[in-house]
Design a protein around this ligand. Structure first.
Ligand code: PGA
Length: 252
């Protein structure tokens, strides 16, 4: 049985004072959480704050990106080992905003994944098609290409313990959620693809859905057999909403 994981992706939002209110609210709302996992992925400068507030709570924390290199002369970059220094458990890799706005290719994503995995971080690998790709009927090809790039780079052993987030680009921040059936179909496809690599890996891998998940639609999505929680953008900025989504994961 896979334990569901709900992870917040704050993106470039927050500030010390408002984070404190949000984190305190999340911790209070999720005290005694069992049967599901919760985490928040915050901007780099707030990792120390997240660590201070969340340690000894049921809520884990992580980052939204990392360097494709281990260390060296890469001005402005942050390495996997630096994230470990601040107690990160998770790191989002290959989010569609990074792919489309910062030119991250499948190869770059695979490098980032490798360093994250080597450092003992749990990579949350994002995959997903654009609206045009869905309309052209190439959703599965796109998702397979994004997934295979990493699988080929790290093998079955490197995929162990990872989280995959299926995030249709057209559903991110648009208020347009994939229907539970649409999402389930792609999740089942992803799990099938992993099964070709290793059957046990496929059964154990947590596959989150992301894209306009809210308290109102979380339970329906998380009730699908291959949807193991969510990656939450907008709704993770409000403690009450985020807590309700985590509770929906716990109940489903
Ligand atoms: P959203 O973002 O929940 O605001 O749609 C999800 C994401 O980008 O991870």
């Amino acid at each position: 049985m896979r334990e569901k994981l709900v992870a917040g992706n704050w993106k470039m939002h927050g500030g010390l004072a408002e984070n404190k209110v949000l984190l305190d609210g999340v911790v209070a709302g999720l005290s005694g959480l069992t049967g599901a996992k919760a985490a928040v992925c915050v901007p780099y400068p707030y990792l120390f704050q997240a660590q201070s507030v969340l340690q000894n709570s049921p809520v884990a924390w992580g980052a939204q990106n990392l360097s494709e290199h281990a260390k060296g002369a890469y001005t402005g970059e942050v390495s996997a080992s630096m994230l470990k220094d601040f107690g990160c458990q998770y790191v989002i890799i290959g989010h569609s905003e990074r792919r489309s706005l910062y030119g991250e290719t499948d190869a770059v994503v695979a490098h980032k994944y490798k360093w994250a995995h080597a450092a003992g971080l749990v990579p949350i690998l994002c995959v997903g098609e654009s609206l045009a790709e869905r309309e052209n009927g190439v959703t599965e090809q796109v998702v397979a290409r994004q997934l295979d790039a990493v699988v080929h780079a790290v093998g079955a052993a490197g995929m162990k313990g990872a989280v995959i987030a299926y995030e249709p680009v057209w559903a991110i921040g648009t208020g347009k959620t994939a229907t539970p059936e649409q999402a389930q179909a792609v999740h089942a496809f992803i799990r099938g693809r992993l099964r070709e690599v290793d059957a046990e890996l496929a059964e154990k891998t947590v596959i989150q859905y992301g894209g306009s998940v809210k308290a109102a639609n979380a339970a329906e999505l998380f009730g699908m057999p291959d949807i193991d929680g969510g990656l939450i953008g907008g709704a993770s900025l409000h403690a009450e909403d985020f807590v309700a989504i985590c509770r929906a994961a716990q109940a489903s």
